[in-house]
Write a protein of this length. Sequence first.
Length: 255
Amino acid sequence: MSNPVTTTALVLSRLPWSETSQIVTVITPDLGRIGAIARGAKRASGGVGPALEPVTESQIVLTPSTSGTLAHIQSADVQDYFSATKRSLTRIALSLALCELASRATAEGEENRQAFNHLRAVLHGIDSSTDRDAVNWLWWGVLRVIDDLGYGIQVAECARCGSRTTPHRWFAPAEGGPVCGSCTGENLRVWAPETQETLGWLLSTEIDDLPSHRIPKRVNRDIRNLLEDYLQYHVPYFERLKSLDVLAELSYAAS
């Protein structure tokens, strides 16, 4: 049996496993994404329940698996509960959408400190932002994390001929870039010039500038649809960011 490991973890999801225990998915800076059994987590006297809620940063002690089975969590202590996020339907939905992405797109058991650090920074950013600005953090984080995982997109030049004359007419999910009016092909989606402009801003901006830009509803819808189409091409079994469905017509954004 492996020796216990103490590490920082972001809790991505959890499922019931028995009357008193849960299966928890976490991502850590040194062990990557891990599925683990937390025995007794559902007991009122267990003490680890809050530390293993989704959208929580905790210090955990776990015994890694050596045979491809689930790890075992021995203890967990909350480091950041993201209380402001959990008081807001908008911010918890956005944070859960980011956790969904991490659960689907990251490789199990593979260390990726940069992706972990971006996930952690965005969860803290959403927690400290207003509801209006929180969506900027989500899109900024999604773009950074998929780049960390090797799925990055670009919006500056035509993916087929290299033309930098904007606006480009289409976006090609399979190629992860825009396509100009001179190029043709299948599986192209129309996007608005403002969507290309906003994605360019998100890809180039720094964290401190995220609150400075208000993204209209229609652009948020377009960005969501575009990124989900793109991820369906590149991430196995990815469907959509289901947590965003609770926010009817992305109502967290400005009109």
